[in-house]
Design a protein around this ligand. Structure first.
Ligand code: ANZ
Ligand code: ZN
Length: 817
């Protein structure tokens, strides 16, 4: 029987929508569940198959939760402000909001076409003034609580475009758009004081169910380090240098000091520096090197001594030279270090290169002449000799009158851009009152229409040219004043969108308190690994702040955060329009159906790993669904007619596997379990309706349209208790209650599941290399994948691809190389 996906997919999408099947209920008595994926940026290129991967993954989880009886919120919206839209507007003169409308229409159509169980009623758009009114309101709260301030900050300036660039527009030190050189310029920018939340952002992590890599990245980004600030007097004049060190215990081995090349003192000491031209040349040289390159491991150390400048080591009384070098960062610690080459790798490399003295002061466990960075007892350290290094940290600091100090690598968040397509910053600049917040009742400050979207030659936002908008009365003194013409960065709207979904149409508040209490926190958030240091930290900070001022019910916004792997283009390159390798879902859905695309995307590999698109892959998914379809349409019989024990057991194992695998996002293995079940159905067997109904339910989150059609067929067929074939009827869900997507999630019978695992023997070229425990019935691809994670096997393969794989089900796998 023909698998007519086109007709059923459209039909069920309409039916589900008509019944509001996926609308979240703010006042339900059921337990709530909130699933979230990172809302898309509606680009002009439309969606590609890679975008869909996280949506399908979270859709599967949301559908399972609904079937488990939860009241589910699974929303979507558009992160609509952003550079590509703005740059397109600059190029074409088409207004960004028109471009955005067109793009969101495309995205909406595409996402709807995969049948995701989203609550479209709550759709939001960050560039809509009804939304950004609240982004502006929140900015005013930051301002009120002294967490927003203006500071001189270096920005990226393209010498040819004559505009300030966002960091993401600078690629390898060049302007992403024209390829010319980019230089640092200083500009007054709005900043948000995220550093005030460094400790809370760290503490909060402990209780959260985030992937370990995500936690690690956040911890490293915050970069807490506990140490001391110690003062070194200078021989020249009254100046002194304060260094930050995590190892005050090593001070007797500090044989020189190093300042960051941009350190203020270099300018202050200019008159005393004997080799000033050389020093200035070095300063210029380092300006062109990106920060990442400066700190990169293994990078050749460079630096210049400040001729004629000497400091006194307060512990030894020795005169030591002062250098500038780019391995010391201006904004980390105090921008100055005491160098202890015997016990710090970077100092060690530097000292060897420039032949500076290396004095060991900690007893080392390695050979003499190497750098020992570990702990030990102190040697040649005056009165501290013999003390343990850990103990000496405090003792030395105290003795020298230093301060114990905690530093963070995290820096405040640059919150303004001199660009058009963003939220206007709701501040008025008055010559006599300073920065005056726009009164809350006057929000939103609507982004005015302009003709030219290009930033001005002087680097100011195009908004600065709209005199009628800029000139306002000062809200305080009523004197003439001007609006702030900077706009917020791309990260603003996405820092709180998950809150708006709780109550997306509210006109009086960003969301009603009761509704926030009903929905927050997000139970499961999935997003890209590329967003875990910026967006994920920004939005946690934003929510922590709103919690502190009593605006939201939970300190942390997300209980759990996972990440998906990218889908790469055929051959493994990143999908991008410029490479012409983008795969659109549209044609695939037309040819194979949304369900086949969904199943293929979930089956193609482990969800959390990057994987290349295989144009033939979807055929397998399509064939699987065809087989399911044929069984469901032709071979279902009443329970009394058939009771295959083996098949019942297999089904219960499948239910267990699929139930567990969804929870760990092992969607690929869940699908292979369902494939095994379908194989178990053979080509002849009659399948009893009660078994089949359970199978259709576990299939439903993956292939919602096919499952609905088969389920509807079943319920009518069942009620009539007839076993003859019935042709495809024009059934619709009569009430939302009868949809498979609200049917209870099946539980398995543990008694039926015995002896479910076996030891798979792994061989390389016929030689035994180990075993792994696997569920019986495991397929070749899954067995192969797991076997290839075994270290002994990897060693035996030695990086070679296997030419052939011999797989004996439930017994062994042999890689021939
Ligand atoms: C002396 C010393 C001796 C150090 C020793 C380490 C080992 P973490 O833990 O990564 O935070 N440091 C301080 N400020 C710096 C800056 N602005 N740029 C580059 N490096 C800087 O690193 C703290 C250590 O990094 C500090 O402790 C300092 O070197 C260096 F056996 O001081 B230490
Ligand atoms: Zn004023």
């Amino acid at each position: 029987m023909k698998y007519t996906f086109t007709a059923i997919e459209k039909k069920w999408q309409k039916e589900w929508e008509r019944h509001g099947l996926y609308e979240a209920n703010d006042r339900s008595k059921k337990k709530k569940w909130y699933s979230l994926f990172e809302f898309p940026y509606p680009s002009g290129d439309g969606l590609h198959v890679g975008h869909l991967r996280p949506y399908i993954g979270m859709d599967i989880i949301s559908r399972k939760r609904r079937m488990e009886g939860y009241n589910v919120l699974f929303p979507i919206g558009w992160d609509a402000f952003g550079l590509p839209t703005e740059n397109y507007a600059i190029k074409t003169g088409i207004a960004p909001h028109i471009v955005t409308k067109k793009n969101t229409d495309t995205f909406r159509r595409q996402i709807k076409s995969i049948g995701a169980s989203l609550d479209w009623d709550r759709e939001i758009n960050t560039s809509d003034s009804k939304y950004y009114r609240w982004t502006q309101w929140m900015f005013l709260q930051f301002l009120k609580h002294d967490l927003a301030y203006k500071a001189e900050i270096a920005i990226n300036w393209c010498l040819s475009c004559k505009i300030g660039l966002a960091n993401e527009e600078v690629v390898g030190g060049k302007c992403e758009r024209c390829g010319s050189d980019v230089e640092k310029r200083t500009k007054k920018q709005w900043m948000l004081k995220i550093t005030a939340y460094a400790e809370k952002l760290l503490d909060g992590l402990e209780k959260l169910d985030f992937l370990k890599e995500i936690k690690t990245q956040q911890i490293n980004w915050i970069g807490k380090s506990e140490g001391a600030e110690l003062k070194f007097a200078l021989e020249n004049g009254d100046e002194s240098i304060t260094v930050f060190t995590t190892r005050p215990d090593t001070i007797f081995g500090a044989t020189y000091l190093v300042l960051a090349p941009e350190h203020n003192l270099v300018y202050k000491l200019a008159l005393h520096i004997k080799n000033l031209p050389e020093v200035e040349a070095y300063q210029n040289f380092t300006r062109s090197i990106s920060e990442q390159d400066r700190v990169a491991e293994g990078k050749e150390k460079t630096g210049v001594v400040l001729g004629g400048i000497f400091a006194i080591n307060p512990a030894t009384g020795n005169r030591i030279p002062v250098w500038i070098a780019d391995y010391v960062m201006a904004h980390v610690g105090t921008g100055a270090i005491m160098a202890v080459p015997a016990h710090d790798e970077r100092d060690f490399e530097f000292a060897k290169k420039f032949q500076l003295p290396i004095v060991q002061v900690i007893k080392s466990e390695t050979v003499v002449g190497e750098c020992w960075t570990g702990e030990g007892s102190l040697i040649d350290s005056g009165g501290f000799t013999g003390m343990s290094s850990l103990e000496a940290r405090r003792a030395v600091t105290k003795f020298l009158g230093g301060k114990l100090k905690t530093h963070y690598k995290l820096r405040d968040w640059v919150f303004s851009r001199q660009r058009y397509w963003g939220e206007p910053i709701p501040v008025i600049i008055c010559a006599s009152c300073g920065y005056v917040p726009v009164p809350e009742k006057n929000l939103p400050v609507v982004l005015p229409k302009v003709k030219n979207y290009k930033p001005r030659e002087d680097g100011e936002s195009p908004l600065a040219s709209v005199a009628s908008w800029v000139k306002v009365k000062c809200p305080k003194c009523k004197g003439p004043a001007e609006r702030e013409t900077d706009t917020m960065p791309n990260w603003a709207g996405s820092s709180w969108y998950f809150l708006r979904y709780a109550d997306s149409k509210n006109k009086h508040a960003f969301a009603d308190t009761k509704k926030l209490e009903a929905w927050m926190p997000v139970d499961w958030y999935n997003g890209g690994m590329e967003h875990v240091t910026l967006h994920l930290l920004y939005s946690r900070f934003w929510n922590l702040f709103l919690y502190d001022i009593g605006e939201v019910p939970t300190a942390e916004p997300y209980k759990k955060r996972t990440a998906h792997g990218l889908i790469l283009a055929e051959g493994g390159a990143k999908m991008s329009k410029s490479k012409g390798n983008v795969v659109s879902p549209d044609g695939l859905i037309k040819e194979f159906g949304a369900d086949a695309l969904r199943v293929y995307e979930m089956f193609m590999g482990p969800f959390d790993q990057a994987i290349a698109w295989d144009p033939r892959g979807i055929l397998g998914a399509s064939r699987f669904l065809e087989r399911v379809w044929n069984i469901g349409m032709t071979r279902i019989v009443s329970d009394s007619e058939s009771a295959d024990k083996e098949l019942t057991t297999l089904l219960h194992k499948t239910i267990k596997k699929v139930s567990e695998d969804i929870e760990t996002m092992s969607f690929n293995t869940a699908i292979s379990a369902m494939m095994i079940f379908i194989n178990g159905c053979g080509s002849e067997k009659k399948i009893p309706v009660s078994l089949w109904s359970l199978f259709v339910r576990i299939l439903a989150p993956f292939a919602p349209h096919v499952a609905e059609e088969l389920y509807q067929k079943l319920t009518t067929k069942n009620s009539r208790q007839k076993t003859r074939k019935i042709s495809r009827s024009k059934l619709v869900v009569v009430s939302s209650k009868s949809s498979v997507h609200l049917a209870p999630w099946p539980s398995f019978n543990p008694k039926l599941i015995t002896e479910e695992t076996f030891e798979l023997i792994i061989q390389v070229n016929g030689k035994f290399r180990g075993t792994v425990t696997l569920p019986r019935g495991v397929g070749e691809s899954e067995a192969k994948e797991i076997a290839l994670k075994d270290e002994k096997v990897l060693r035996a393969l030695d990086g070679k691809q296997s030419k052939k794989v011999v797989f004996v089900p439930d017994r062994l796998i042999n890689f021939i190389i």
